[in-house]
Ligand binder design. Structure first.
Ligand code: NDP
Length: 399
């Protein structure tokens, strides 16, 4: 049916590429392009021989001209951006110049300020609309499936949704005292930032990890979770009717938090460059270099993730509560595609989002967050491609 250019060859890209090959009727041809071509070639070597034709290329996605040249050569129908959030705008520029659809899993973040919000990407709305192409923002799990869950709840279960709590639990154990499950630089920037949530249309800021709750997750058990700022809060508060409050919680174990605090206290999580033996280095980037590569956690990680949304609202004038979630098992993911569940739960929806555009099931020129599309075909695809969802009408609530 079509051709996808996948940029990035890390943990999430690897899963997405496996899933494109499982969906070869839609993904007839893919090109894997990243900074380090050998990583692309290694993925091709693993997956070659199936129905999806695979090629590879070297590209620096910070460089718009290089991207345009690659797009003109490969002529994809969609570009799936699975590099880092710093590359979002250059890749969007290249898509605009070549009139190709765009999908990503994380919103743009400037390299020198750990601040993520949609304003930079939303500024492309008119230009994408005029070019007749679609940018699908945030097609991972959170953001991503959490937005699809919200659109589904709105469409089928509620007249209005007043409260959403997004709960992201990773109960996986990789056996290291400290490691991050996805790109360490992005992960640590996210969790060491101030927390925030939206109430009555206003952002309320908290100190990092200030708000803690304990939640008994289905199929996982009781875990400590902490309120974080998260990018989908911004778009969901606008796109879901009736929102009074929306929060995001993520679970962290005590060992992770103790290590993080210590690293913060000694300055290792800073993104300010420092002089070191005549070179400028960024402490957080140096820390990334010494931490385990998230891709290496796959064979060691045991346990499950449970990510979902609790909705409280009204249907036919009556109060209603509804919980939609997915449970994913790290070892099962590794058996299937050679990656742990955090990469899996992001790479599968990235493939599905691109498939929605390739098949024309979703077609809305402009720049859109995922909850702005019809959730039903995406929900079906989640069940088909390894992330089945479950629902409960009587969940425990978060105070
Ligand atoms: P990795 O660090 O494993 O992979 C990133 C890949 O991008 C690497 O192959 C890297 O190449 C490549 N890359 C980085 N910079 C450039 C560049 N300038 N040009 C070309 N390629 C580049 O990250 P993950 O796979 O863990 O994460 C990928 C994305 O997914 C991130 O944006 C992350 O924020 C997002 N994510 C989203 C989630 C969600 O639920 N929505 C959850 C988890 C992650 P090289 O190795 O050569 O540097």
């Amino acid at each position: 049916m079509g051709k996808a250019l996948i940029i990035g060859a890390g943990g999430v890209a690897s899963v997405c590429i496996h899933k494109c090959c499982q969906n070869s009727d839609v993904f007839e041809e893919i090109c894997i392009a990243s900074r380090t071509k050998s990583k692309c070639d290694a993925l091709k070597a693993k997956l070659d021989g199936g129905k999806t034709k695979i090629s590879t290329a070297q590209v620096n996605a910070d460089n718009v001209d290089e991207l345009i040249a690659l797009i003109n050569e490969f002529k994809p129908d969609v570009v799936i951006n699975l590099a880092l959030p710093y590359q979002d705008l250059t890749i969007m520029d290249a898509c605009l110049a070549t009139k190709v659809n765009y999908v990503d899993t994380a919103n743009y973040e400037p390299f020198d300020t750990a601040k993520f919000e949609y304003k930079w990407q939303w500024a492309y709305r008119e230009r994408f609309e005029k070019a007749g192409i679609t940018a699908l923002l945030g097609s991972g799990f959170d953001p991503g499936v959490t937005g699809v869950f919200s659109a589904y709840a709105m469409k089928h279960e509620f007249d209005e949704i007043n409260y959403i709590d997004i709960l992201d639990c990773n109960a996986g154990d990789h056996g290291y005292p400290f490691a991050t499950n996805f790109n360490p630089e992005i992960n640590i920037r996210e969790v060491s930032a101030k927390g925030s949530y939206i109430e009555d249309g206003k952002w309320i800021e908290t100190e990092p990890m200030e708000i803690k709750r304990v939640y008994n997750f289905p199929e996982v058990g009781e875990k400590d979770m902490y309120l974080l700022h998260h990018e989908e809060l911004e778009s969901l508060a606008l796109n879901i009717k009736g929102i009074k409050r929306i929060r995001f919680f993520m679970t962290f174990g005590q060992s992770y938090l103790t290590h993080l605090k210590c690293l913060e206290n000694v300055g290792m999580t800073s993104i300010e460059p420092i002089d070191f033996e005549g070179h400028k280095i960024v402490p957080l980037q140096f820390l990334k270099a010494v931490l385990p590569d998230p891709a290496s956690l796959g064979p060691r990680t045991k346990g499950k993730t449970n990510i979902g949304c609790i909705f409280i609202g009204k249907k036919d004038g009556k109060d209603k509560t509804y919980y939609l979630y997915n449970v994913c098992d790290h070892e099962e993911c590794y058996k299937e595609v050679g990656s742990q569940a955090v990469s899996y739960t992001t790479g599968v929806p990235a493939m599905i989002g691109a498939a929605m555009l390739l098949t024309g099931k979703w077609n809305k020129p402009g720049v859109h967050n995922i909850e702005e599309f019809d959730p039903d075909p995406f929900m079906d695809a989640l069940n088909k491609f390894g992330l089945p969802w479950k629902e409960s009408y009587n969940p425990d609530l978060v105070e």
